[in-house]
Design a binder for this molecule. Sequence first.
Ligand SMILES: CC(C)(COP(=O)(O)OP(=O)(O)OC[C@H]1O[C@@H](n2cnc3c(N)ncnc32)[C@H](O)[C@@H]1OP(=O)(O)O)[C@@H](O)C(=O)NCCC(=O)NCCS
Ligand SMILES: CC(=O)OP(=O)(O)O
Length: 332
Amino acid sequence: MDILKNFKEKAASDLKTIVFAEGNDERIIRAAAEVETEKTAQIVILGQKEEIQSSAQTYGVDLTGVEIIDPQASEYIAEFRDEFYELRKHKGISKAEAEKAIKDPLYFGTMMVYTKKAHGMVAGAVNATANVLRPSFQIVKTKAGISTVSSALIMVLKDKSFGEDGVMVFSDCAVNPAPNSEQLAEIAITTADTAQSLLDFDPKVAMLSFSTMGSAKHENVDNVRNAVEIAQKNAPHLKIDGEMQLDAALVESVGKRKAPESEIAGEANVLIFPDLQSGNIGYKLVQRIAGADAVGPIIQGLAEPINDLSRGCSVSDIVNLTAITAVQAQNK
Ligand SMILES: CC(C)(COP(=O)(O)OP(=O)(O)OC[C@H]1O[C@@H](n2cnc3c(N)ncnc32)[C@H](O)[C@@H]1OP(=O)(O)O)[C@@H](O)C(=O)NCCC(=O)NCCS
Ligand SMILES: CC(=O)OP(=O)(O)O
């Protein structure tokens, strides 16, 4: 799979430090050792040192070169508590609550990134997405010019006739449960930027619906139609079109029939789902039934690279997302 090889080569060319917050998971320990062997990042694992070392021995994995930090006993606790307190005191948090919060590995890892002790974090093999994202929203916050953080999945398909030689980008499949038109427009523009900056795509963005160019009437369709209008107005240089059904977005003959005026119908390489129900189900259908590799979710719009895994991830999913996190850190 060439694109993943490319990410790894790029990551290896300028090593970044990436935190794995979930040292209590076998896949994370195995992935840390693999990243260390492949030399695509410098890994810090969070957790209890003796426990992680003993697990590594049980799995027959060598963690030489991997740093282990215990958030419960780290020299950074006082610094992180004070920084986090300053960031959240307007929400009525006390210093004791701040200390309790930052001893949680997800908060501790996010504080490491915020204070530049690491370049990025990967988590979510054990924790649900909301728990991975909340600390990043509270601590590192959004990039300048972005108000809605979202996610992108790089889908590497078996059928090379779709997207760019079988590679497509799907969004938002992990963050925003029910985006309004403004948010959906921002998600489309941010995802086009991710497709451009990470994959060198000329993005052709289809905004998906159960309707194509007014063929059905419903408030959910209106939400997508309005989003298309906003996205086209805010980013006139991008090829963004819709609303359209999936077949019109992907199949040339159907695109010609249903959306003859569209520049991207039938050849979309970026798919924007109307909400999280369809996005999360959609990517998992393609991953599990069509046998695609789903790389991500890559979180887009945060000020620092912090990425989420699916709890169903494999060791190689973690290794791949780590390389992408390192490349995001290089591109900052
Ligand atoms: C991500 C998520 C936890 C945020 O939920 P929320 O209820 O808005 O969270 P909170 O109210 O605790 O908000 C935390 C902060 O993040 C901010 N925030 C929430 N969503 C945001 C977004 N998409 N972009 C930027 N900031 C966001 C809030 O404004 C808030 O800021 P503040 O605390 O400084 O005021 C929620 O959208 C969620 O659960 N999404 C679904 C995740 C999921 O289950 N995915 C499926 C599997 S991948
Ligand atoms: C991205 C995603 O769906 O994550 P999880 O499977 O952990 O809920």
